[in-house]
Design a protein around this ligand. Structure first.
Ligand code: FMN
Length: 208
């Protein structure tokens, strides 16, 4: 069972990446083969909207990192995408990746049936996490991915959706912020649940 995590943060190894690492660590402890990809390590040119991929399942742009990423997506059984929240949306780099994934979708729907999950990290308490999550879920549903949630039967419902915040407290004048996602216990618990749920989903479905 292969689980691929894609980090859309423009800052490698930071909060979004560490959320994904938490998901993957949990999945790996249950036997999954995992890989974290930082999209910042790849050149991703923007989609030029030529629409050639409506007829052929390939992209006319071949001189950037997307060919490697297409291969990783195709080989994965489960795909987890993480984004920082930028103006209530996903990061620009991740949006370019999303647009360039179209050749996998229009003719063959090559990712259909894989497991999908998303995590987001924002600065504010209510900083657009839910919108960014919805955008990622919509993207995954467009590709036919089967969404896996962070919910665990029997656990307290403190959150729906794997989202984190830097916000710590507000004394009426000033906001205080966490030093990092490691101080967001709800988010990390959600990441761990997600890792377990993806493995459980894939075990039930097909994979070892
Ligand atoms: C261009 C930009 C836009 C941002 N927009 C928002 C926002 O709409 N809401 C929010 O809560 N935080 C916003 N932030 C803060 C980031 O979401 C926050 O720093 C995030 O946790 C960074 O994740 P990272 O540590 O993985 O880079 C923005 C940051 C940048 C750089």
């Amino acid at each position: 069972m292969k689980i691929l995590a894609l980090c859309g943060s423009h800052r490698k190894g930071k909060n979004t990446s560490r959320m994904l690492q938490t998901v993957l660590r949990e999945a790996a402890s249950l036997g999954a083969e995992t890989e974290l990809v930082e999209l910042t390590d790849y050149e991703i040119k923007e989609c030029i909207s030529c629409n050639k991929c409506l007829r052929r399942p390939e992209c006319v742009i071949t001189d950037d990192g997307m060919n490697v990423l297409y291969g990783k997506l195709l080989r994965a059984d489960g795909i987890v995408i993480g984004s920082p929240v930028y103006f209530g949306n996903v990061s620009g780099r991740l949006k370019d990746f999303i647009d360039r994934s179209r050749p996998l979708h229009m003719v063959t729907n090559a990712l259909d049936g894989k497991a999908g999950a998303a995590v987001v990290h924002a600065g504010l308490r209510n900083g657009g996490q839910e919108m960014a999550l919805q955008i990622l879920h919509y993207f995954m549903l467009s590709h036919g991915l089967q969404l896996v949630s962070d919910r665990r039967p029997g656990e307290a419902i403190v959150n729906v959706g794997t989202m984190a915040t830097m916000f710590d407290s507000y004394d009426g004048i000033q906001m205080k912020f966490k030093r990092g996602v490691e101080e967001d216990a709800v988010a990390l618990a959600s990441c761990r649940s997600l890792g377990r749920n993806i493995v459980a989903f894939l075990k039930k479905k097909c994979c070892r």
